[in-house]
Design a protein around this ligand. Structure first.
Ligand code: SF4
Ligand code: SF4
Length: 57
């Protein structure tokens, strides 16, 4: 299990600093992407996000 960032992401970048696994990076088609091999499923990105874009896959 890992989190994924859905297409409601506005690219604000608020989640980047809160990820302890450095799993989030800029990408396409979503402005930001989560590397499922690095994500430890902590949920910090979901807490940081104002639009609810990171969701559990
Ligand atoms: Fe990073 Fe945690 Fe979000 Fe996974 S759930 S991308 S480890 S902040
Ligand atoms: Fe996208 Fe939410 Fe991360 Fe901002 S905090 S870059 S809207 S996922």
């Amino acid at each position: 299990m890992a989190y994924v960032i859905n297409d409601t992401c506005t690219g604000c970048g608020a989640c980047l600093a809160d990820c302890p696994a450095e799993a989030i990076s800029a990408g396409s088609p979503s402005p930001y992407l989560i590397d499922p091999d690095k994500c430890i499923d902590c949920g910090a990105c979901a807490s940081a996000c104002l639009v609810g874009a990171p969701v559990q896959a």
